[in-house]
Design a protein around this ligand. Structure first.
Ligand SMILES: O=C[C@H](O)[C@H](O)COP(=O)(O)O
Ligand SMILES: C=C(OP(=O)(O)O)C(=O)O
Ligand SMILES: [Mn+2]
Length: 457
């Protein structure tokens, strides 16, 4: 059993090894920013966090499916109405397609309103003989390759908080205001459906499906099986990598009438593949919060790693608390995943298994552009479905780096390597564009519908 060296506090992580330290060079300025953040109101509430945990508990039982998606590196500049609405639209559309295939409600979890901190493979970037700190995301430094921009700036934590608040405010108003009214899925996106980059066949499939959804809703209402109010809005939850512990801990607090501490920067923070050491700073910090937690698991993950993480982060085996996000790479899931499923099962632990088919499938083209292939991404998802089915387990969700915009970052489904330099906008990893994301949702929905047909015999 794990025995802590000292009791947990929002600051106990400071005594632990940090596998991805951020290169701040002015500790006093960091402290000033942290104190400012501490005094500001929370971005999310404990009620919302607990509601999400409840949904995740149902997803663990196979009663819901989770769609998590958004930018690799959200930027302060992305806080614009059209970029945010496009992101919501693609997540809504994908979720509708998935509801149709999975025949289960879909929980929508954005990588937004705070996905501003990036772990990097190398702390330093060198161009033409000049070395500067890598870009660690807009919460820490800025992307242009010059010494001023790349110097970590603690005030960016305040700017990040403010932009997250503005983004969330807009998302909340849109979802309250009928933007996402399930009676009118056809309104979510008429302009989208007229876009030239959308193949006619995809457009028709989507339109057919929205008609069917509209009919099903009217039918359910006629039977009075679902309260009408609940259908007039859809929920979005937020998530981001909990990399910058100064930022996370400054907004971590106790709330009235509930036990424990909540990280109120987001509903679901996740611990990245690079920072999930059971004795490290990130696991220490997140072991003390009540939020549901994502944990990324790469191809080298061992059975014992997973069990130690579950012991540290969910010793009481609380339902809905842990989401294991497997990102092994298309060729490694069939060997790497079964021992982990087996270990969790033998330990009798509750988890939600998700697949992140992006991070194990990154390639660099001969001209040095980071990309990912649509088919590899799909193959990794397919391998996850197969492994879970063959072991009587359940793949409960999918995790994508995507955007609702017409970028050219991943190849396949309409794009080739020679298209990549046309509209490559990501500051970190390549994202699926609007068309690729919708196509992906259809392919997954088809796969899920096939499985349930097979299961019914
Ligand atoms: O999003 C994940 C990581 O931050 C990213 O893959 C790291 O990219 P790098 O290898 O270019 O540093
Ligand atoms: C950093 C990320 O992933 P991972 O920790 O899985 O590499 C990410 O999701 O952007
Ligand atoms: Mn990424």
């Amino acid at each position: 059993m794990y025995v802590p060296a000292q009791p947990w506090s929002p600051d106990s992580w400071r005594e632990r090894f940090n596998a991805a330290p951020l290169p701040y060079d002015d500790p006093d300025a960091v402290q000033v920013a942290v104190e400012k953040l501490r005094a500001l109101p929370p971005l999310v509430t404990s009620w919302e966090v607990e509601r999400l945990k409840g949904y995740l508990a149902e997803a663990q039982l196979g009663r819901r499916f989770v769609l998590q998606g958004g930018d690799c590196a959200e930027t302060l500049d992305d806080c614009r109405p059209n970029i945010v609405t496009n992101k919501l639209k693609i997540l809504l559309q994908m979720s509708l397609v998935l509801v149709h295939g999975a025949r289960r409600p879909v929980v929508r979890l954005g990588r937004f309103a705070g996905q501003y901190a990036k772990p990097r493979s190398s702390p330093v970037e060198t161009r033409d003989g000049v070395s500067l700190p890598s870009y660690f995301g807009d919460l820490i430094n800025r992307a242009p390759f010059d010494a001023t921009a790349r110097r970590p700036d603690p005030n960016l934590m305040i700017a990040g908080y403010q932009h997250a608040a503005i983004t969330l405010n807009f998302i909340r108003s849109l979802s309250e205001g009928g933007f996402a009214d399930l009676h009118h899925p056809e309104y979510w996106d008429l302009s989208f459906l007229e876009r030239a980059d959308l193949p006619g066949e995809l457009r028709e499939r989507y339109q057919r499906m929205t008609e069917q959804v509209g009919e099903a809703l009217r039918f359910m209402e006629a039977l009075a099986e679902v309260p009408v109010g609940e259908l007039s809005r859809v929920e979005f939850f937020t998530s981001h990598e909990g990399l910058n512990l100064h930022y996370e801990s400054a907004q971590t607090r106790k709330v009235a009438r509930r036990p424990g501490f909540y990280d109120l920067t987001t509903h679901l923070p996740w611990i990245g593949e690079r920072t999930r050491q059971p004795d490290g700073a990130h696991v220490e910090f997140f072991s003390g919060v009540e939020n549901p937690l994502g944990i990324k698991l790469g191809p080298k993950t061992l059975r014992d790693d997973v069990i130690r993480l579950l012991d540290r982060l969910n010793p009481a085996d609380e339902p809905g608390k842990i989401v294991l996000i497997v990102r092994m790479g298309a060729g490694r899931v069939r060997d790497g995943l079964p021992p982990l499923i087996e270990a969790v099962r033998s330990a009798g632990r509750k988890v939600l298994w998700m697949s992140d088919p992006m991070h194990g499938n990154t390639l660099t083209t001969s001209s040095g552009i980071k990309t990912r292939n649509f088919e590899d991404i799909l193959t990794e998802i397919e391998a996850n479905f197969e492994v879970h089915e063959s072991m009587g387990s359940n793949l409960g969700g999918v995790h994508f780096e995507l955007t609702g915009d017409d970028v050219t970052e991943c190849v396949g489904a309409g794009l080739t390597e020679s298209d990549l330099d046309q509209r490559y906008a990501s500051l970190c990893d390549p994202r699926l564009n609007y068309r690729q994301s919708l196509e992906m949702a259809f392919r997954i929905a088809h796969r899920m519908a096939e499985s349930s047909r097979r299961a019914r015999g």
